[in-house]
Ligand binder design. Structure first.
Ligand SMILES: Cc1ncc(COP(=O)(O)O)c(C=O)c1O
Length: 485
């Protein structure tokens, strides 16, 4: 199709729907081919940065092209560098896939391009976000009256929860943290365990609470030990912030949230309990697994991800906060041109760092509407069953060791042939991760567990079947045989 675009500085190009149609048709065709290839395409080709850059790097084009040609050109150039992470054989990190309803919702969100910062700017977007937050609270058994916000992920959700915590603690100490900052004020202790996720540290760094100032108690069995926490809390006269894990990213271990909530409730100056539940919160969708989160409804704030186990596209997370006043005080703004609609029940930009923002709620609304409570229970239980099957296989396989119990959806293991120890075993495991990623049948990622290199497989994709788990096992067995004899 010829490009009807006028030359530079000419009249505005036509916004005729035909121009959109041609571009969207091309994107649709490419997307369907890609989605159809997911069950069989190599998950990863591990394209090295120079090779990838060479495919895309070019000077800014002087002249334009038809929109459909732009999208086709990008796909042609970038395709070898696309990792099939929404597919059923991607077990790296904790990624999750995309349900059909979520994908359709996300596409529509881009097409209608709502700015979801305020009720006035988009009643539809803010009202949808309100409903999605309520549905999520129902799915997870969290109190309906808690405030919340949809964020870009769990890192931002941790930041939102911890910003409210900082505001609350500062108020108890007699100052307004958001307004006046922390300089010259009494310190606010933050207590967690050695298993605290890097994103919570990042949030603490951003909030001026200090990435390295967090007091990390040992968690030799994976979860926090209440006695150690009680002793630590007793050392602090003022208000404290406690960060609990549900669940830990390498092992899926849960802190005992009910016991921690008891300790926070009895700390004389008060203790705010923030739970990083990026993926573990989904255990609440299953009656079978809910006990792992016992007491979470007594937390003060909870952070979780949408792009992991909710299986909505990147980027998506959510934060829930009991004390709406602390949350709003943390993110309040003073800008006359943004004056809220006096009838609006709330505006998202008063609940999180962003102002203008994407209409994330639509993908989540469509996903929750299409799956319902039963659908999410089934997704979670299927993933946990797949993880248990894989963990059982690892435990029985020669030359492999399960390095931690797998209570949820993460299986942490290592190649552990007899007589191979220390640095040699670490090197072997790092080599195995690269070999598996290059192999392309199934993607796993590497980590360090209790000082030794290990391998993680995370199960949180709605479309993974036992056949995919069998392919993962074949790949791990082949690489183990090749590298460990
Ligand atoms: C426990 C935990 N918290 C926080 C995060 C950060 O989430 P995101 O990358 O979505 O910001 C992750 C990511 O894996 C996680 O596992």
């Amino acid at each position: 199709m010829s490009d009807p675009r006028p030359s530079a500085a000419g009249a505005a190009p036509s916004a005729s729907v035909d121009r959109y149609a041609a571009a969207l048709d091309r994107a649709h065709a490419i997307a369907l081919d890609y989605l159809a290839s997911l069950p069989t395409r190599p998950v990863s080709r591990r394209l090295d940065p120079p090779a990838m850059t060479a495919r895309l790097d070019a000077p800014l084009p002087e002249t334009g092209c038809a929109p459909e040609d732009a999208i086709a050109e990008w796909f042609r150039r970038a395709e070898p560098g696309i990792v099939a992470s929404p597919g059923p054989r991607f077990f790296g990190f904790v990624n999750g896939g995309v349900t059909p309803a979520a994908l359709a919702g996300d596409w529509l969100a881009a097409a209608i391009d709502q700015n979801a910062f305020s009720w006035l700017n988009s009643p539809a977007a803010v009202s949808t976000e309100d409903v999605v937050l309520r549905w999520l609270k129902e799915l997870f058994g969290l109190p309906a009256e808690w405030a919340g916000a949809l964020t870009s992920g769990a890192t931002m959700a941790n930041l939102v929860g911890l910003a409210a915590a900082r505001q609350w603690a500062a108020e108890r100490l007699g100052f307004d943290a958001a307004r006046d900052g922390l300089a010259g004020q009494p310190p606010i202790p933050v207590i967690s365990t050695t298993e605290i996720h890097a994103s919570a540290r990042k949030a603490l760094a951003t909030l001026g609470l200090g990435r390295a100032r967090v007091i990390t108690l040992p968690a030799p069995a994976g979860g926090a030990e209440p006695l150690a926490l009680a002793e630590e809390l007793a050392r602090h006269e003022g208000p404290a912030i406690v960060i609990a894990n549900a669940a830990e990213v390498n092992s899926g271990a849960f802190d005992p949230i009910a016991a921690i909530a008891d300790l926070c409730a009895t700390h004389p100056a008060g203790a705010w309990l923030h739970v990083d539940a990026a993926f573990g919160l989904f255990a609440a969708a299953s009656p079978r697994l809910r006990g792992l989160l016992s007491g979470i409804e007594r937390a003060d704030s909870v952070a979780a991800d949408g792009h992991k186990w909710l299986n909505v596209p990147y980027d998506s997370g959510f934060a829930f906060v009991r004390d709406a006043a602390a949350l709003r005080a943390a993110f309040t703004v003073d800008a006359a041109y943004l004056a809220p609609d006096s009838d609006a029940p709330w505006d998202p930009f008063t609940h999180l760092p962003e102002m203008s923002r994407r209409f994330r709620a639509l993908a989540a609304w469509c996903a929750l509407r299409a799956e319902g409570r039963a659908g999410y229970r089934a997704i979670v239980e299927r993933c946990v069953d797949n993880a248990a099957a894989f963990a059982g296989w690892v435990a029985a396989e020669p030359n492999l060791t399960l390095v931690a119990p797998a209570p949820l959806n993460i299986v942490c293991f290592r190649l552990d042939p007899e007589g191979v120890v220390g640095a040699e075993r670490d090197a072997l495991n790092r080599e195995a991760v690269v070999a598996l990623q290059r192999d392309g049948r199934a993607f796993v990622s590497g980590t360090t567990w209790r000082g030794g290199a290990a391998i993680r497989a995370a199960f949180d994709n709605w479309s993974t079947t036992p056949d995919d788990v069998a392919i993962l096992q074949d790949a791990v067995r082949d690489v183990t045989r090749r590298l460990a004899g």
